[in-house]
Write a protein that binds this ligand. Sequence first.
Ligand code: SF4
Ligand code: MG
Length: 289
Amino acid sequence: MSEVKIALREIPTATVDAVEYTHLDYYSDVKPVWCPGCGDYPVLAALTSALAELALPPEDVALVSGIGCSSRIPAYTKVYGFHGVHGRALPIATGLKLARPELTVLVAGGDGDGFSIGGNHFLHACRRNVDMTYIIMDNQVYGMTKGQASPTTDPHWTGSQLTPEGSGLNPFRLLGLAVSAEANYIARTFSGDPVHLAETLIEAINHPGFSVVQILSPCVTFRPEQRNWKDMVRPMRHEATSDRLTAGFRINDEDGFDMGLIYKSSRQVYQCEHNNKMDVSSLGEEFTV
Ligand code: SF4
Ligand code: MG
C-alpha cells in the first residue's frame, strides 16, 4: 500500500496587488428555491467560501450543471453558469475546459442526474481525467420530481409510491465507480459539516485532473430520515491512498458514512493539444439560419 505524497498546487496568497474576495462576491441576486432545511444550502455556502479562499475571480470560474434540485446551483452564483440538460453536465464541462483551459471548471449535480442518465458520462469523465471538479450532492432520491428511488437509494426504502415495497436494487457505490474508472481525486464530505466541506472543495479544485467529491446532502422533504445523517457520519478510518486496489477494498468495506479523502493520484491530465490553434468562430456560422 502506498500512501499519498503529492504536492498540491499553491493556493494563491494575498499580495499587495491581489484582489481579496469574500463569499458574498460569488452570490448572485437569485434567491434559492430549495426547501427550507435542504442540504444544498450549505453546499452553496461552502462553495462560495472555497472560491473566496482560493481568490478566484468570478469571471475565471464556470459552473456547469444538469437537471434536478442541486443542479439549480449555477443560478445562485455569480460565476459563469450553464444549466444543461439532464445527465449531460460532464460532457458540456469537458468541452468547455478543453476549449477554455484557463477557466476553473466546476460541475455540480445530484445522484439521479449524474448516475442514472448521466452514468456513462461519469465513467468516461473519470477515464479522460480532464482538469475539473465534480460536486455530487447525493440525497439518494429524485427530489425535484417528488421523491422516486435513484441509483443510490437503499433497496429497502419504501417512501415512494412507485416502489412501495422498495426497489430491491442495490445502489451504486459512487466512489467505487470513481476508483475503478480512475478519477484523480476522490473524497466524501457532508453538508452538515461546512468547514470540512469547504476544505474538501478547496483541495479538490486545487488538485490537477478530474476530482470527484460526493457530498451527503439531505433531502429533508422526501427523505426526512436523512436528518439523522449528522449522527451517522464519522471521519475516514484510513489515511488517503494512491493505490487503487487499496482504495477499492476500503470503499467496499465501509457503509458510506466515512468522511474524508479516500484516494489521490497524479495520473496524467488530459489536455487538448490544439487549444491555442482553435478558432471556434466558424462553428457559430454553421448554426446561423
Ligand atoms: Fe432539497 Fe429535497 Fe427540497 Fe429538492 S425536494 S429542494 S433536494 S429538500
Ligand atoms: Mg438526488
